[in-house]
Design a protein around this ligand. Structure first.
Ligand code: PLP
Length: 394
């Protein structure tokens, strides 16, 4: 990566660079095959619609679902809004209760809050110290008024993977839908039985080396009728999501997902090796805690609290050397401690001193070694300036 800053990128959960093979696949659809896929009366339109159909097939095969179960969107945020609001608008007269967890992405939490203002009753489940949804609490709250349970597959800040099978069984008992935000899981862990458990799901292209501004909603076969359309106009995508297809984006996402899924096994092992190396190196720094370590986690994600360190100060010190984050990118203007870590019962002061490292396709072992050296140095410098560090052993 060339820029005026020499720095290491370790924020792949925020976004990923577009793979050159994806860019190459997209290029012809900007100017050569530029037709509107909905122009059904001429060859320019047919060619573009062929590309959309072929992308749907590729995505269906890569995910192990039927292409007819997929709807293209502008990303996971739109998919989340369309599923939760779409279900609520259609189903609220019979069921108006939604269950989610306090550790979900803000796209889910803010949408639930907006629905509360519309009259929905929302239960926000606690998570355990490991970051896992408290299924005992879910059992206490789920009832035959529960419309949908929204629990993510893998957390963007800690990488913690949720027990969806157990949650799905409870949902089936009560006739509630299970929606799972799988944005961070795609391309990182196998989704073998994921689609057996969920009724609705969402994915985002830019987390898997595809273009930004493209995503997918998964709607299990037969469930379309439970959703109110989110975007009206034009009648595209079975009237569920009007608007001209983003042909280059969709073609690019299909290629990106295909590449990620194809290489998953090898990449999983490689990333886990690098993440474990990073975890070991950073754990050698005194007074550090790895958050979510006891749970099953994504292979690329590491969330560490450095006691006696101000996370903002550390982020600032690291900013020109290593690109990392202290929560989700969408939230980085936020001065509150991470809602995910506080939901896990981590004290605010420790949550403030936490950094998320997320590795990816272009991370090398040398970079991991450099990260360990840089972070060790900067943590020591931050502590030097903290009187509490000196006094801690007295
Ligand atoms: N859900 C999770 C778990 C995410 O990590 C993100 C992105 O940070 C989103 C949803 C939002 O995705 P998008 O950027 O495609 O709207």
């Amino acid at each position: 990566m060339t820029s005026k800053y020499t720095r290491i990128y370790a924020d792949y959960n925020a976004t990923t660079p577009c793979d050159q093979r994806v860019v190459d696949t997209m290029m012809p659809y900007f100017n050569m095959h530029f037709g509107n896929p909905s122009s059904s009366h001429h060859a320019h339109g047919w060619l573009a619609m062929d590309a959309i159909d072929s992308a749907s097939e590729t995505l269906g095969t890569a995910l192990g679902v039927s292409p007819g179960e997929l709807v293209f969107t502008s990303g996971s945020t739109e998919s989340i809004n369309s599923i939760l609001k779409g279900l609520y608008l259609k189903g609220r007269s019979k069921r108006n209760h939604i269950i989610t967890s306090k550790a979900e992405h803000k796209a889910v939490l803010d949408t639930c809050q907006a629905l509360e203002a519309e009259g929905a009753k929302v239960t926000y489940l606690d998570v355990t110290a490991n970051g896992l949804v408290d299924t005992q609490q879910l059992k206490q709250h789920i009832s035959d008024t529960t419309l949908v349970v929204a629990i993510m597959l893998a957390n963007n800040e800690t990488g913690v993977i949720q027990p969806l099978q157990e949650i799905s069984e409870l949902c089936k008992t009560y006739g509630s839908f299970l929606f799972s935000d799988a944005t961070q899981a795609l391309g990182k862990i196998p989704l073998d039985d994921f689609f057996d458990h969920v009724d609705f799901a969402c994915f985002s292209s830019h987390k898997v080396y595809g273009p930004k501004g493209v995503g997918l909603t998964y709607i299990k076969d037969g469930n379309e009728k439970f959703l109110e359309a989110f975007m009206h106009g034009g009648g595209q995508q079975r009237k569920l999501r009007g608007g001209t297809y983003n042909t280059p984006g969709i073609v690019g996402m299909a290629r990106a997902v295909e590449l990620s899924v194809k290489n998953l096994e090898v990449e999983f092992a490689r990333l886990r090796g690098l993440r474990d190396q990073l975890q070991e190196g950073l754990s050698a720094i005194e007074e550090t805690v790895v958050n979510g370590a006891a749970a099953s986690r994504l292979p690329n994600t590491l969330n560490v609290s450095f006691k006696y360190v101000d996370g903002e100060g550390l982020l600032r010190a690291l900013s020109k050397q290593v690109s990392v984050s202290n929560g989700s990118a969408c939230n980085s203007a936020n001065v509150n401690p991470s809602h995910v870590l506080t939901a896990m019962g981590i004290p605010e002061v420790l949550a403030f001193s936490s950094i998320r490292f997320s590795l990816g396709r272009y991370t090398t072992q040398e970079e991991v070694e450099q990260i360990i050296a840089i972070v060790s140095r900067e943590v020591a410098a931050q502590r030097e300036a903290n009187i509490l560090w000196e006094r801690r052993k007295r």
